[in-house]
Write a new protein. Structure first.
Length: 114
């Protein structure tokens, strides 16, 4: 039983920050879409990128992919929930997540091993 409890604790620690990133990204994305939507269906401000960028700056490189995935799921859900079509939502998600990843690569130093 102790082994199971340790495994659950380890999994919770591993997943907590990416889940928090995803939830924060979703809430900020939904609020941004709701508050700033223009006539063409594009939000004028996108604060969720700042949330993801902060997560990428503070997390080790081997955990970044989990934050990117959580943000991508959150972005897709917010775009679909905001009334965008599937293809447009996928496009916005790819653009938003990749732009933050590129900025993250520019502002982090590479690992010595890589």
């Amino acid at each position: 039983m102790n082994l199971i409890a340790n495994r659950v604790t380890e999994l919770t620690r591993f997943a907590a920050l990416p889940i928090a990133t995803g939830v924060g990204y979703y809430l900020a994305a939904f609020a941004s879409l709701y508050l700033t939507r223009g006539a063409d269906g594009i939000a004028m401000l996108w604060p969720p990128s700042g949330i993801l960028f902060a997560a990428l700056l503070v997390e080790p490189r081997n955990r970044i992919v989990w934050h990117l995935g959580a943000a991508a799921i959150a972005s897709l859900a917010a775009d679909l929930g905001g009334g965008n079509g599937v293809l447009l939502s996928i496009g916005f998600t790819l653009a938003n997540v990749s732009e933050v990843r590129i900025c993250g690569m520019a502002f982090t130093k590479p690992n010595a091993a890589s």
